[in-house]
Design a protein around this ligand. Structure first.
Ligand code: SAH
Length: 407
């Protein structure tokens, strides 16, 4: 059949029985979308992949552990022939024809009576691209359309009802691509953006011209005064009817004082939403090629603020306990106090030869990694003139990535 005579249609499969014959990789790719459509999915196959078995275990699909039989089509509204045997698929589609059930042939789309499009969704729209001969081209086009919708280049959205409020958006460790899609959308829809020094600044250049951009660095100095001023400005602007985004580096709840802002909004009756970000103590080492856990090496990792030195009267960190643990220690805001922290960890029982990696400007073009051990950290930081922002990873995971450390 010629592609151009195909009649596109959207099916409501919720609660309706759908037959999937075959339990391999192909079926595995089709089944989740059928489940998402609410279909009553019945898989007929002597064997299924572990992933499908998982769906059976969780009650999301029914599995009939046997060969296909024509009676399987009796109650079905829709069928997918997804075995790796063309003969079986042929029998399924012939039987489907008899029963007037539309049937997809996963092995040879041309032979089926229904085709599966490449599907994408955005903001209440479903994009489906049908093209049996070039599935990659269909998928690429689907991606382009969805991206265009997302970025507002295509199908400019009708004015949405404006919901004033505050959204805390985590910008990730620095490189713009490392923030979430949800976070980016919230940012682009904001009327007011209150941004921090560590938030991915390049993205602010994408903001429409009429967006009010407030730079926290320009607010009054002093840790509590500044936070007070931020709380006040986000609440005021939201009460005046604006959509406010509080844009921070990493995740707003990881040493970001985000929850103080949540409390301030709640007290003022301002709706507040949270969109998490990739947090730097995990993402920065990852991008630098250092895992925070590794099988057989560590069963824990601890993220600690080093903004106060060990022994400081206001410190809430039990450095002696951390020293006694085995696992990875990730230090943040710790460049200044790193020598004192290294000393405390060694005094508490960690070996002076414990490897250390200092990742500076993680994910940015200026990123670099300085290697040391607890014993040499102070000297290395000075020799390499390390400055914030940096993530300091302490533990044997560093040696997994850098066997040469400490040589
Ligand atoms: N909310 C942020 C952390 C804020 S505290 C998050 O979830 O990541 C600031 C500290 O984060 C810095 O002192 C530094 O230790 C770390 N940091 C954040 N971004 C970083 C980056 N790109 N490279 C290295 N360290 C980073």
């Amino acid at each position: 059949m010629d592609d151009s005579t195909l009649y596109p249609s959207g099916l409501r499969l919720d609660g309706r029985r759908v037959l999937v014959v075959g339990g391999g990789e192909v079926a595995q790719r089709r089944v989740p979308q059928l489940i998402a459509a609410g279909a009553d999915v019945h898989v007929v196959s002597p064997d299924v992949t572990p992933a499908i078995e998982g769906l059976v275990g969780s009650g999301e699909v029914s599995w009939h552990r046997r060969e296909f039989a024509e009676a399987d089509l009796a109650e079905a509204w829709y069928a997918v022939a997804a075995t790796d045997d063309a003969g079986v698929n042929q029998r399924v589609s012939a039987a489907a024809e008899q029963h007037r059930v539309f049937c997809v042939r996963a092995d040879d789309a041309q032979q089926g009576t229904a085709w599966t499009p490449a599907v994408g969704r955005h903001d209440g729209l479903t994009v489906a691209v049908l093209g049996s001969r070039e599935p990659r081209r269909s998928a690429a086009l689907r991606d382009e359309v969805v991206e265009g919708l997302r970025e507002g280049r295509l199908g400019s959205a009708p004015e949405r009802p404006r919901t004033a409020g505050v959204t805390l958006v985590g910008g990730g460790p620095g490189r713009p691509e490392l923030m979430s899609i949800a976070g980016y959308q919230a940012l682009m829809e904001a009327d007011v953006v209150v941004a921090d020094r560590l938030a991915p600044r390049e993205l602010l250049g994408d903001l429409p011209d009429d967006v009010e951009l407030l730079d926290v660095a320009k607010l009054p100095r002093g840790r509590s005064a500044q936070q007070e001023a931020i709380n006040q400005v986000i609440v005021e602007r939201a009460l005046a009817g604006s959509r406010v985004v509080r844009f921070k580096g990493g995740d707003n709840f990881v040493f970001g004082r985000g929850y103080e802002e949540v409390i301030a909004c709640r007290e003022a009756g301002v709706p507040v939403t949270v969109i998490p970000g990739l947090t730097s103590p995990v993402a920065v080492p990852a991008v630098a090629g250092i895992p925070v856990t590794h099988r057989g090496i560590t069963h824990d990792f601890t993220v600690v603020s080093g903004h106060l030195p060990p022994g400081h009267p206001e410190s809430l960190v039990a450095w002696d306990a951390i020293a006694r643990m085995q696992g990875t220690v990730v230090l943040m805001m710790a460049v200044h106090n790193a020598p004192a922290i290294a000393t405390a960890l060694v005094e508490g029982g960690r070996a002076p030869g414990t490897p250390v990696a200092v990742v500076c400007d993680g994910t940015m073009p200026t990123e670099r990694t300085v290697l040391a051990t607890l014993g040499t950290l102070a000297d290395q930081l000075e020799a390499e003139r390390v400055q914030a922002p940096a993530i300091i990873v302490v533990g044997e995971v560093v040696r997994v990535a850098h066997p040469e450390v400490g040589d």
